[in-house]
Design a protein around this ligand. Structure first.
Ligand code: IMP
Ligand code: MG
Length: 173
């Protein structure tokens, strides 16, 4: 297994996370927010993002995994649901990467049924080329090429999440 040199360095990530947090702070001025971390991949991004958001907020966590069955369908299993009641609340879904979009699309629909005041989506990475389900990405950190990446929360078989930067992952041959 080979981890290449950083695709996104610590400095690039930290700078962009602050910019996203500043934008979110402006957009939610005067409102309270429920920031929802999509486990496991978003844990590091989420922790960095919320510490720079300057509006009152609650945090909550949802754990799910997606299985893409064909090119056009996917199934998402929720392992752990929210604990907060989101009715009439402003919800910000925070994800590590928008890949096929199946996970975010499903979660958005799933949570919309609870009558929140609004739901917005913030993803650190956007792998546009792979998109199957159209999702509104309200806040996106970086557009990346169609390569498998690890680090800063993102994994291969639950490994490499602890890297402070993001790198392209290659299986050695
Ligand atoms: P989706 O295909 O948009 O539903 O993404 C599902 C999940 O796949 C994401 O939340 C990530 O956890 C994972 N994923 C997608 N692309 C990558 C990648 O390049 N590296 C690590 N995980 C990924
Ligand atoms: Mg994930």
């Amino acid at each position: 297994m080979v981890i290449g040199k950083p695709l996104l360095t610590v400095e690039q990530i930290q700078k962009r996370v602050r910019e996203l947090a500043d934008k979110i702070t402006k957009d939610y001025n005067g409102k309270e927010l429920i920031a929802v971390c999509i486990l496991n991949g978003a844990f590091m991004f989420f922790a960095d993002l919320v510490r720079h958001i300057r509006v009152p907020l609650k945090v909550d966590f949802v754990s799910c995994s997606s299985y893409v069955k064909t090119d056009t369908t996917g199934e998402v299993k929720v392992h752990q649901d929210l604990r907060e009641d989101i009715k009439d609340k402003h919800v910000l879904l925070v994800e590590d990467i928008a890949d096929t979009g199946v996970t975010l699309n499903f979660l958005r629909e799933h949570l919309m049924q609870r009558g929140p005041a609004s739901i917005k989506i913030c993803a650190l990475l956007d792998k546009k080329e792979r998109r199957i389900a159209e999702i509104p990405l309200d806040y996106a950190g970086f557009s990346i090429p169609n390569k498998y990446v690890v680090g800063y929360g993102l994994d291969y078989s639950n490994r490499f999440r602890n890297l402070p930067y993001i790198a392209i992952f290659k299986k050695s041959t």
